[in-house]
Write a protein that binds this ligand. Sequence first.
Ligand code: ZN
Length: 424
Amino acid sequence: MQLYKAQYIYPVSAPPITHGMVAVDGERIVEVGPAADMARRYAGAPVTDLGASMLMPQAVNAHTHLELTALAEMGRAYVADRSFTRWIVELVKTRRGITNDVLLEGARAGCAMLSASATAVVGDISNRPISVEPLLESGLYGVIYHELIGPDPANAAQLLQSGQEQVRRWRAEYGEQRIRFGITLHTPYTVSAELFRITLPWVLEENIPFCIHVAESPAEAEFLLQGSGEIATILYAPDARAIERMPPAGRSPVRYLYDLGVLKARPLLVHGVQVNRDDLDLLAEYSVPMVHCPRSNFLLNCGRMPIEAYQEAGVPMAIGTDSLGSSPSLSVWEEAISAAATHRAAAVDLDPHELLRLCTLDGARALGFDDTHGSLEPGKLAHLAVGRLQTAHEGEAEKETTAEDMLQALWRGEVSMGPAFSAS
Ligand SMILES: [Zn+2]
């Protein structure tokens, strides 16, 4: 038995405790409570005193592309005149020029960044697929979604078969302990309706984790609605037949997925910026989780997700960084700091407690890892994050008299987050 003591403990599933302790046996949490009670109950157990800090569950990064970590140059800074579609074309071209070895090293570095930022669970998209080995080696938990892209309905059956074989191979080879295996159909504008239709029975029957990028850019919304815009003129321009294969759906991206029956499978959706009230009601109807990636949306000129409308409609959410190709870091804590600022600029104040839940328990639920992660509760894994006021704000710890103050400081960017201890 090992005790971890801190000025504040925020279990997420329960109110914060001032001067608390977490009792850990092996890799599991045994109990969380006030330090005085815990010290009596577990007298003689060694205590690690983390001092003027806040102990929390480690984060869940619900959306990454670890194999794009080597493309970090593309996500470092804002480019005013770079449209979303031009970014995709640039990404595909850049990736083509990078060897698999370099992508593999990037994925390893990405895993290390996640662990260093006190992240325990990840929802990762894999296309090549390159991130599998690094993730299995890393000690992280999560889902790897094998990515299928195919606008031509004539290839749908063959593509699905290749995806099924990949997922079955992974399951047979690695089991499904820390890392589970699923499928992602890239987007409604790069995947044929036919591929969506034939994938649906498989993911439903075999309970396959399923993910889709949707309603990200204004270009996607325009293309789905009327078949025009940059996706037609830039992305599909080199292939004249492509437009015939992807006729306009005549509706919003979310409504399109709903009408195809796809939302029934409760896929993990990503972005959801281009939505209206009707779309949100459809998502709420099936309780379909949406991953919010505000820094990626900003960097790719996609706009602001109306998070307040999601909350009002009761749509479950999670938060993710997306790849370093469209984000400056893989830290969900930094993503949430940015989310707070982005929405505040639109006169939407996010509740600091809800923001913490978004980074932890909500993400764990969205990925199906809430039996082991997302909160500090007996029986869950002791993946503890520790938040400390940064040097410039040291000495303010005494002034920060409540966990609420610490949480406010966290979202102002004044707290460093790290793992309480490294996994053995
Ligand atoms: Zn993505």
